[in-house]
Write a protein that binds this ligand. Structure first.
Ligand code: DI6
Ligand code: FE
Length: 402
C-alpha cells in the first residue's frame, strides 16, 4: 500500500472504541492528510512511503482537541485578579465597570488583525502541547460588527497556523451596556440580526449562549436556539456553572452538541442529556480559578453514559489557562476522572462535543492524520505531571509541524 508517511516502532493510544485503545507495537500510515492505517504492526498491510519515521517506542495519541475556549480577546484582567486577591468580589468589580464588560471594551477597540495577533501566543501555547483542533467563541464584541470581527479574527488563526479552528457565535454572553435595561431587546438583536449575519457569511460553525442568573434566562436562550436552528447551526450552552436553571435539559431538548460547565447539574438534567445525546464539557480550569466548591456530578454522568469532554475555557476572567495537559491533571485531581477519561476528554469526546467525531478524535483509518507524539513511558504521565510538556512532535493532516 502506498502512502505519504509512516510512523513505525510506536506505542499507540488509539482512543478508538471505549477506552485508551493501547497498542504496544504499532504503526500509523498517512495518505493525503488522512490515516490509511493505525494499529498493530503485525496486522498492518505491506506499507511503503517516501518518508518513514522511527518513533523509537514513543507513544502516539490523536492530536489533542480543546473544544471550549474564548481565545480571541484584547487586554487582560490581571489587575482584577489582584483586586480579588485583596478582597474585592467579582460582583464589586463588575459594578465598577470591570469583568466581562472591561474585556468587551478592549475587544471593541481592537482591530480584527490586533485580535488575531493577541490570540496567537495563547494558541501557540496550546499547539506546543499537541493540540490540533481548537474551538474559539465570540462574546466580547456584543454588537453585530464586534461579534463578526471576533469570528473573523478566530478564522484567521486557522490561516496563519496549522490548526483546525471551529468558530462559535456567543453573542448571548452578556447584555451589553447599550441594552442595560432591555436584555430582551438585545436577545432580539442577536436573533434577528447577529445570528443571520454570522450564518450568511459562514463565520459561525455553531451557536452558544450563557444561561445563568448573571447571563440569560432559559426563555431567552430558547429564542437564541430557535434562531440558530432556523439557520441550520448546531448548538452548545454554558449551563449550570453557578446555579441550576435547567439549561442542560434545555440544550438536550434542542439536541445540542454539548452543555458546558455543569457544576450545578442535577440528576434530571443528566438524564435529559443522556436522552438528547448531549456531551458534557467539563471546565476544571474555571472551577479552580473561581475557587468553586461544588464539582460536577461525575458519578451520575457516568451512570447515565453521558460522554465527558474536557476543555480549557481559556478566557481572561475565570480561566486564564492555555494548557490542555493541565486541564487533564485538574480533571483527575479535582473531579476524580480516570486517566482514560481524561485522555478521551481531550480527544474522542472533545471531537464528539464539536460534532466532528467522524473526522478527528481517534486513530482510525479514514480520519484526519492529526497526531501527538510523546516522550513518555505510559499514558498516565500526560495526566499526572503538572507544568511539564513531554511533546516530541505534532503532526497535522499528515505533516510534521513541530
Ligand atoms: N462563563 C465564564 O466563566 C466566562 N464566560 C462564561 O460564559 C466568564 C468570562 C469573563 O469573565 O470574561
Ligand atoms: Fe466559557
Amino acid at each position: 500500500m502506498h502512502c505519504d508517511r509512516i510512523w513505525r516502532n510506536a506505542r499507540l493510544a488509539t482512543l478508538a472504541g471505549d477506552g485508551l485503545g493501547e497498542i504496544e507495537a504499532g504503526v500509523v500510515a498517512a495518505a493525503d492528510g488522512r490515516i490509511l492505517y493505525a494499529g498493530p504492526t503485525a496486522d498492518a498491510p505491506a506499507l511503503d512511503a517516501p518518508e518513514i519515521v522511527d518513533c523509537e517506542g514513543r507513544w502516539i495519541t490523536p492530536g489533542l482537541i480543546d473544544p471550549h475556549t474564548h481565545l480571541v480577546y484584547a487586554g487582560d484582567r490581571a489587575a482584577e485578579f489582584e483586586q480579588r486577591l485583596a478582597g474585592a468580589s467579582y460582583e464589586e468589580i463588575a459594578r465598577a465597570g470591570g469583568g466581562i464588560v472591561s474585556t468587551m471594551r478592549a475587544t471593541r477597540a481592537a482591530s480584527q488583525a490586533d485580535l488575531t495577533t493577541a490570540a496567537l501566543p495563547r494558541l501557540d501555547a496550546l499547539l506546543a502541547e499537541g493540540v490540533s483542533t481548537v474551538e474559539v467563541k465570540s462574546g466580547y464584541g456584543l454588537t453585530l460588527a464586534g461579534e463578526l470581527k471576533q469570528l473573523r479574527a478566530a478564522r484567521a488563526l486557522g490561516e496563519v497556523r496549522p490548526v483546525r479552528v471551529v468558530t462559535t457565535l456567543l453573542a448571548a454572553h452578556a447584555t451589553p451596556p447599550e441594552f442595560r435595561n432591555d436584555p430582551d431587546g438585545y436577545i432580539e438583536e442577536v436573533c434577528e440580526r447577529i445570528i443571520p449575519a454570522a450564518a450568511a457569511e459562514g463565520l459561525a460553525d455553531q451557536v452558544d449562549a450563557f444561561c445563568e442568573t448573571i447571563g440569560f434566562t432559559p426563555a431567552q436562550v430558547r429564542k437564541v436556539f430557535e434562531a440558530a436552528r432556523r439557520h441550520g447551526l448546531p448548538l452548545k450552552l454554558h449551563a449550570e456553572q453557578l446555579s441550576n436553571l435547567g439549561g442542560a435539559a434545555l440544550a438536550a431538548e434542542f439536541g445540542a452538541l454539548s452543555a458546558d460547565h455543569l457544576e450545578y447539574l442535577d440528576e434530571a438534567g443528566v438524564a435529559a442529556m443522556a436522552r438528547g445525546g448531549t456531551t458534557a464539557v467539563l471546565l476544571p480550569g474555571a472551577f479552580y480559578a473561581t475557587r468553586e466548591r461544588q464539582p460536577p456530578p461525575i458519578e451520575a454522568l457516568r451512570r447515565h453514559g453521558v460522554p465527558m469532554a474536557l476543555a480549557t475555557d481559556s478566557n481572561p476572567g475565570t480561566s486564564p489557562l492555555t494548557s490542555v495537559l493541565l486541564v487533564m491533571n485538574l480533571a483527575a485531581t479535582l473531579f476524580r476522572l480516570t486517566v482514560p477519561e481524561c485522555l478521551a476528554g481531550v480527544t474522542r469526546e472533545a471531537a464528539r462535543a464539536l460534532g466532528l467525531l467522524a473526522e478527528i478524535g481517534s486513530l482510525e483509518a479514514g480520519k484526519r492524520c492529526d497526531l501527538a507524539i510523546w516522550d513518555i513511558e505510559r499514558p498516565a504521565e500526560l495526566v499526572y505531571r503538572m507544568g511539564f510538556n513531554p511533546l516530541h512532535a505534532r503532526v497535522w493532516r499528515g505533516e510534521c509541524v513541530r
